[in-house]
Write a protein of this length. Structure first.
Length: 274
DNA sequence: CTCCAGGCTTTAG
DNA sequence: CTAAAGCATGGA
C-alpha cells in the first residue's frame, strides 16, 4: 500500500467527490473509498493533509491531478473579480479536477443527462454490480467499471431493466460502437475536434461532450453548460443568451485555457445554497 | 397532482 | 438553419 499526500487546503475529499464529476465513491472510516475503472483508493484528511492510500500511486497521482498548482488556479479565479466565482474559489478552494478513465466518463455522462445525481449513482452502481469484475481493496470486495465489450453484450433491455430509462438505447449503441472501434483515435485530437467527434456518438450532446472532454481527456479549456450554469449565467453574469452553445462560447472566451476549473468553482458556489 | 434533474434525438417550421 | 415536442424514472 502506498500513501500519497496533498495539502488539505487544496484537496477536500468531500468537495472533490460531491461536485458531480465522479459517481463512484462511498464514505469509509475517516474519509471515502473512491473507485475508477478497475482501481480503488481510500482518501482521508488528518490535520492539514489529505492522504491517498492505494496500490498504484502513479495512477492516483495523475487521477487526483496532484502535479497541478491549485493555489495559482484559485488566485486566477479570484482575479476575474466576479463575486460568485470568488466565492466559489474561496469556499471551494479544496476542489480539484480529476483525470478519469475516458470510457467510464462517456457512459457515466450519457446516463447523467436530464437526471439527478443520486439516481445517476444508482444506475452506475447497478451496472458495475452486474457486469464489473470482482476485485478486492482493503479487505473488501468491489466491482470494476465494465469494459465496452461487456456493456455492448448486455444490450438495451439490460440498461432499461436497471432503470436507465430512455438512455438505454444510447448506452447500447455507443458501447457497441466503442467495442468495435475503440477510442484510441480520440486521444490525440485537438480539443475542438475531440468535441466534434464525441458529438457523433448516440446520446452525447454538447454538454455531455464537454464533461467527457474535461474529466476524461484532461481538456481543462472545456466548459460544460448545464441547467446550473445556465441559471448562474443569467443571475450572476447578467447574461441574456438562450442558446447553450453560445453561452458556452461566452464562458470559453472569458476564461480561456482554465475554463474548466472556473466552471467547477461557479458550479460549486451556485449549488451551495440549495 | 406538477415540476425538475449536470440534455439529447427527432420532428416541425 | 432554429424551435419545440418527446423521452423514463424517481424524489420533492
Amino acid at each position: 500500500m502506498e500513501i500519497l499526500e496533498c495539502d488539505a487546503a487544496y484537496f477536500s475529499p468531500r468537495d472533490v467527490l460531491e461536485c458531480g464529476q465522479i459517481f463512484r465513491f462511498a464514505p469509509y472510516k475517516e474519509g471515502y473509498k473512491v473507485f475508477s475503472a478497475d482501481r480503488a483508493c481510500y482518501i482521508y484528511t488528518r490535520a492539514n493533509t489529505t492522504y491517498i492510500a492505494c496500490d498504484d500511486g502513479r495512477y492516483f497521482y495523475d487521477f487526483f491531478d496532484l502535479g497541478r498548482d491549485y493555489a495559482a488556479i484559485v488566485k486566477k479565479a479570484k482575479s476575474f473579480d466576479v463575486p460568485l466565482l470568488t466565492r466559489g474559489a474561496t469556499l471551494g478552494a479544496g476542489l480539484r479536477l480529476l483525470n478519469q478513465n475516458a470510457e467510464e466518463m462517456i457512459y457515466s455522462f450519457i446516463i447523467s443527462q436530464n437526471n439527478n445525481i443520486p439516481r445517476i449513482k444508482g444506475i452506475i452502481e447497478r451496472i458495475c454490480a452486474a457486469l464489473g469484475e470482482e476485485r478486492e481493496f482493503m479487505g473488501e470486495k468491489y466491482r470494476t467499471f465494465p469494459n465496452s465489450a461487456a456493456l455492448a453484450a448486455a444490450g438495451a433491455p439490460f440498461f432499461k431493466q436497471l432503470g436507465a430509462g430512455y438512455r438505454d438505447e444510447y448506452l447500447a449503441k455507443t458501447s457497441a460502437r466503442i467495442a468495435k472501434e475503440g477510442i484510441g483515435m480520440l486521444y490525440p485530437l485537438p480539443t475542438a475536434k475531440l468535441k466534434k467527434e464525441l458529438l457523433t456518438y448516440t446520446g452525447i450532446g454538447p454538454k455531455v461532450a464537454d464533461c467527457i472532454s474535461l474529466f476524461g481527456f484532461g481538456r481543462r479549456e472545456s466548459f460544460p453548460v448545464d441547467t446550473w450554469i445556465e441559471k448562474l449565467y443569467r443571475e450572476d453574469f447578467g447574461g441574456t443568451l438562450k442558446d447553450r452553445n453560445k453561452i458556452n462560447a461566452y464562458f470559453c472566451g472569458l476564461f480561456g485555457e482554465d475554463a474548466g476549473y472556473m466552471q467547477q468553482y461557479l458550479f460549486y458556489a451556485k449549488r451551495e445554497n440549495m
